[in-house]
Design a protein around this ligand. Structure first.
Ligand code: UDP
Length: 366
């Protein structure tokens, strides 16, 4: 049976070049989609800010001023565009080359691509990477859903449910290139706990510090130092916490380090749309201890691949630290292989593309 080969253009986030880490989970999502869709025989190109790493068949590198990340903005914030915006330039590129593609998949959480959706000739799909944060964005998403239904997808149900109309989203989860992650079936004796994420208030690192102080466990911290004042405050307010900041590492090094941890801790203060770091940890065999908030609580099977505790309950989290040995590290990896591999994700995305574009292109012999 043949499948339909698609020519797919992925539009990256305008907050930073691919490989810089500024784009957070969106960077990993994009790499994974390029890889998985490529393995399935689709032709994938990328539009991204200049200075991006090379991925896929081709990266269209676009110059311009970077967009400010929106996750720390208020509900009533207006849309901002810097002078010489890379976002505007990226979407001019999309418009210029749209005839070479069957579909554009936008990974950026920005107003402009939503607005342009009904004006471009090529179908534009939006994989929304964050929960509802801002009224102007909510309205722009609702407009797309109304004008061209079926174009919006979210990573988790919890993320979709932050919006007034969750049903406007298709849920596609996420995936990682599992081959890049080595399973470590045993943690080192007395191994540290791990935290991976941007150092920014929505990640709730103060609760991790509290956990460390209460349990006496070292927590190794990896991630972009986005808000240094926030970090300094946490360190000052938790003198007993044993936090060990190890900087931002590329995926290959990061996975080797995470794999040595006893567990990964996630204490989000916002509805984490997915939580890539949960599947990355599980891929290395590391159980995840998480609050029941957002994507991580859908990823972790309580008692099987980690523990899910009520949100903001540091006591409950501390109790799970004593139960980490109940988790079979092989089961963590198995869940990622089944649900969150590149191919599993690519197949969900292709199902979405097929529904929008219809089976019109050339079949690949399988
Ligand atoms: N990350 C990384 N190196 C580090 C710390 C984090 O590459 O030292 C990556 C991590 O692999 C993940 C991303 O940063 O892909 C964070 O994504 P997540 O979905 O957890 O959160 P976001 O930043 O999108 O809110």
């Amino acid at each position: 049976m043949g499948v339909t080969a698609r020519r797919i253009l992925l539009a990256s986030t305008p907050v930073g070049p691919l490989g810089s880490g500024i784009g957070g989970g969106v960077e990993l999502t994009l790499h994974n989609m390029v890889y998985g869709l490529g393995l399935r025989g689709h032709h994938v190109e990328v539009v991204a800010p200049s200075g991006s790493l090379h991925v896929g068949e081709r990266v269209h590198q676009v110059d311009g001023a970077l967009q400010v990340s929106s996750q720390t903005q208020d509900r009533d914030a207006l849309i901002e565009m810097p002078s010489g915006s890379v976002l505007a330039a990226m979407w001019r590129t999309v418009s210029d080359i749209q005839g070479e593609f069957d579909v554009v998949i936008n990974l950026a959480y920005d107003w402009l691509p939503l607005y342009l959706t009904s004006y471009l000739e090529v179908p534009v799909l939006h994989l929304v990477s964050m929960g509802s944060l801002n009224d102007v964005m909510d309205a722009a998403l609702a407009d797309v859903a109304q004008q061209v239904p079926g174009r919006l997808a979210a990573h988790s149900l919890a993320q979709a449910e932050t919006f007034p109309d969750p049903a406007m989203f298709r849920i596609v989860g996420n995936g990682i290139v599992t081959e890049r992650y080595d399973v470590q079936l045993a943690a080192d004796a007395g191994a540290a706990l791990g935290f991976v994420g941007r150092i920014s208030p929505e990640k709730g690192l103060e609760d991790v510090a509290e956990l460390s102080a209460r349990t006496g466990r070292v927590v190794r911290v990896w991630g972009m130092m986005q808000d240094e004042a926030y970090w300094d405050r946490i360190v000052a307010e938790h003198p007993d916490a044993r936090l060990d900041y190890r900087g931002f590492l590329p995926t290959d090094e990061l996975q080797a380090e995470i794999g040595r941890c006893a567990a990964l801790v996630m204490t989000p203060k916002w509805v984490e749309a997915f939580g890539n770091v949960a599947i990355e940890a599980m891929a290395t065999g590391v159980p995840v201890l998480t609050y029941d908030r957002g994507g991580p609580a859908e990823i972790v099977v309580d008692g099987v691949t980690g523990f899910v505790v009520p949100a903001d309950d540091v006591d409950a989290l501390a109790r799970t630290v004593g139960r980490i040995d109940e988790i079979d590290r092989a089961a963590c990896r198995q869940r990622v292989d089944e649900e969150y591999s590149s191919l599993a994700m690519a197949d969900r995305v292709v199902g979405w593309v097929d529904d929008v574009v219809g089976a019109v292109s050339v079949p690949i012999e399988a």
